[in-house]
Design a protein around this ligand. Sequence first.
Ligand code: CTP
Ligand code: MG
Length: 231
Amino acid sequence: MSNEVWCIIPAAGVGKRMQTAIPKQYLRLHGQTVLEHTVACFLQHSAIHGVVVVVSAADEYWAELAPKYQGQRVYQAIGGQERAHSVLSGLKYLQQTLSLAEDTQVLVHDAARPCLAAADLTALLAAKAEHGAILATPVRDTMKRGFKGQTVISHTEERADLWHALTPQLAPLGLLTMAIEQALQAGITLTDEASALEYLGLHPLLVEGDARNIKITRPADLALAAFFLQE
Ligand code: CTP
Ligand code: MG
């Protein structure tokens, strides 16, 4: 039995919706890059054994940051076309390069979410979910279903059981690798790890997290993240 917890940080995206010259994970917030804030969330948590940062093959910025992490169990893997390919590359790194056990607990956390609170990470790890667990927040707005791509209301969705999926998402190394491989092979679109586990018919747990754990996606999100980090 492995008691180790490792983290994969997919950071191989180009940040198209952010519309900045450099990828959003390398934009600065209070004097540090977004990615440095994100990595720090995990390095500062006592339960985490190590971190794999997954960067693009064309990345020009990681090499500048990497020396800072020497001797701190921060490793690098090369990402792929979609986020799921990048995550899979991180999982292979843990399995093949670091030879970690299949039951190692793996967290996957977006590089673009620098505002993760230590308490949320602790709560997620405490879930000890056999088939995975994710941080999520309950939906608070009234949710309307549109109609065949038109801007017209079909009906109001029952809000009670709707959640926003956040990261980190937690699952055993072997199970998550198998789930993502099988879902990709079947041509399923994966925007998070839980969807791969769902594809296998599993039901990962929802752990309520802080809504300030936003993903920097559009230009206005950067100022919001700066505000939350300062709090
Ligand atoms: N990501 C990745 N590999 C990809 C695509 C995305 O590692 N091929 C990472 C991003 O770097 C980000 C996280 O996955 O930290 C969440 O993805 P998203 O917010 O969509 O980031 P981007 O794909 O970079 O942004 P956009 O979709 O606007 O281009
Ligand atoms: Mg994307």
